[in-house]
Design a binder for this molecule. Structure first.
Ligand code: 8OZ
Length: 355
């Protein structure tokens, strides 16, 4: 029976273990350019089977928070190259998460102070994080159908840039209430054109992004992240089970990279309603699970054959040597929430290793 320490092949990329570092926004890239400190943070965590980077904006419009990195400029590519060199020198592997926040932004963060864009002009409840602190979300501008090819091309170009920056692959962020998820779920997508209405239409943008990225990377180097019932960022679907079984079936027909599923609801607003075994059964490729797994649950998920890979977020913030701690059954450091978003080395690169 496989366990967390059994290697796993993503095509020609062998992961030495099944313990993945989940993508996590840390807001430590002033001017949206990755820094030496970020290289050190990821280098410390290179014993992960795979590192997935924090979300990286595919364009200036894709940005939704201060201090998040991008992957659309030369300076960003150069910054990320220092990160991937550090991870590779330490024996690791790293994908970059391609991110567009859609309506989860604010004019303060947008080019020319414009409203953010979304499938439909529906204002999310809650507040955007701006340079001046939290401000209420604004009503986004619904994308014209003629603008969509440009967005797809920004994903394609970001995938090109990712290769130049030395990444081993890319993860397409289609979860957690950001742009691609805003298209997938019917609570945020009220379009009446080819990109709204049926699940087939709501899936269209994600499908086009996957196809565009497939021109740049082989399928096994492309992951997709979904979160069928996460309410984070004020998003919902009227029937997540039906919607996401169909989305996953459609994804399975066009790609064989890993599918990364954030199970449940980070906000605790909704009762668990999705049977993930059925979501899993709809996908033929590698399956990665996430959200609140500990060593015991992760081991069960792998041994039972339900999942191939498990990603860990908070445990990797506080334990750069999480793999070794799991191997030894050693105690874990607790993460300090006060230093999750923004700041410097404190709560970032100063968590202790074993010994
Ligand atoms: C928390 C704070 C900021 C961003 C996600 C990119 O949930 C995020 C995120 C989470 O996917």
């Amino acid at each position: 029976m496989p366990d967390l320490f059994t290697p796993f092949d993503l095509g020609d990329l062998t992961l030495p273990n099944r313990i993945v570092m989940a993508p996590m926004t840390r807001n430590r890239a002033p001017d949206n350019v990755p820094t030496e400190l970020m290289a050190e943070y990821y280098r410390q965590r290179a014993t992960a089977g795979l590192i997935i980077s924090e979300g990286a904006a595919i364009s200036p419009q894709a940005i939704g928070y201060p201090g998040v990195p991008g992957i659309y400029s030369e300076a960003q590519v150069a910054g990320w190259k220092r990160v991937t060199d550090a991870v590779h020198d330490a024996g690791g592997r790293m994908f970059i998460q391609l991110w567009h926040v859609g309506r989860i932004s604010h004019p303060d963060l947008q080019p020319d102070g414009a409203p953010p864009v979304a499938p439909s002009a529906l204002r999310p409840a809650g507040e955007a994080m701006t340079f001046e602190g939290p401000k209420p979300f604004v009503t986004p501008r619904a994308l014209e159908i003629g603008e969509i090819p440009q967005i797809v091309d920004q994903y394609r170009q970001a995938a090109v840039n990712a290769k130049q920056a030395g990444f081993d692959g890319v993860e397409i962020h289609a979860a957690n209430g950001y742009l691609l998820d805003q298209f997938l779920r019917d609570g945020t997508n009220r379009r009446t054109d080819a990109y709204g209405g049926s699940v087939e239409n709501r899936f269209r943008l994600l499908g086009e992004v996957v196809e565009a990225v497939k021109h740049i990377w082989p399928e096994h180097r492309i992951g997709v992240r979904l979160s069928p019932e996460n309410r984070f960022n004020d998003i919902a679907d009227s029937n997540p089970q039906v919607t996401f079984e169909e989305i996953v079936t459609r994804l399975s027909a066009i790609t064989s990279g890993y599918l990364h599923v954030l199970e449940g609801d980070m906000t605790g607003q909704s009762e668990p309603a999705v049977d993930y075994a059925r979501v899993r059964a709809a996908y033929h490729g590698p399956y990665m699970v996430n959200n609140g797994y500990d060593l015991a649950r992760a081991t069960d998920a792998i041994a039972s054959g339900y999942a191939d890979l498990v990603s860990f977020g908070r445990p990797f913030i506080a334990n750069p040597d999480l793999v070794e701690r799991f191997r030894r059954g050693a105690p874990l450091n607790e993460p300090d929430e006060a230093t999750f978003y923004g700041g410097g080395a404190e709560g970032y690169t100063d968590y202790p290793f074993l010994e």
